[in-house]
Design a binder for this molecule. Sequence first.
Ligand code: MBD
Ligand code: FE
Length: 310
Amino acid sequence: MMSDSLLNTQPVKDLLRKVSGLDNDKGDARLKSIVHRVVSDLFRTIEEFDVQPDEFWSAMSYLTSLGQANETGLLVPGLGLETFIDMRTDAAERKAGIEGGTPRTIEGPLYVAGAPLSKGEARLDDGSDRGETLFLDGQVRDTGGKPIAGAVVDVWHANPLGGYSFFDPSQPKYNLRRRIETDVEGRYRFRSILPAGYACPPGGPTQSLLDQLGRHGRRPAHIHFFVTAPGYRKLTTQINIDGDEYLHDDFAFATRDGLIPEVRRSADPAKVRARGLNAPFAEITFDFVLHRERADAPNTVVTRAHAEAA
Ligand code: MBD
Ligand code: FE
């Protein structure tokens, strides 16, 4: 930084202190410090890049349109912020001696609370969607290999067009969203249809920024999970559908080793008939390994605004 920068002058320093309330004794001390840092960094960016007024106001109308389009939750993973938050939780856990178990990855913006709850098994689709049938099953265990009965596997995924129910109003309520309680052996299973990858809304503010960064806004096909059980650390994760062209090129940076299970495909007519189907289907087995809750580790239950289907 140039030493003759406006930023180092007393009037700008005074301005930043007043802006962030550091010159009064009211309000929230932590927030004041953070606002001071963020606004100072913005001033610095404007100064160092000699940002012109037109550019500045274009950025402000960008933020307005991002909020109006309800895409803040989409830009955040697109800029790697949600992954960075996860990296920090991973690091804090390592520091607390928590290692192994199923890796976490980002929640993303498309969870809806309150999906129907069932015991042991569920069907996520209502049969109206065309798509390859998927059978997914697995076990929830602790890090010692002990099955966890009564764990809740809260699962959500896109349809074969990459759309999520609720956000895509053409889909039935809670389509492809369920909560499944594990049985006495810690097992869960469900029938659904294979999702397709997600694409940021074309023409929206997130895609428009990505375009200017020379990036795409695509995610590989994936299935989201929250896995919870009393006395255990909440797991937020996803699995990817192997073979997707964006598997290792996710605009939201959520793909991780350990989250790409094998997809077993069956076309054998006898097997197809045995499942009551008339077309080839896919099967995935995926087990979840949870850590016991501990007071000295960062909380993994994240408070975040969620939609709830009306
Ligand atoms: C998704 O389905 C998603 O999971 C994320 C992280 C971002 C956009 C769409
Ligand atoms: Fe998703």
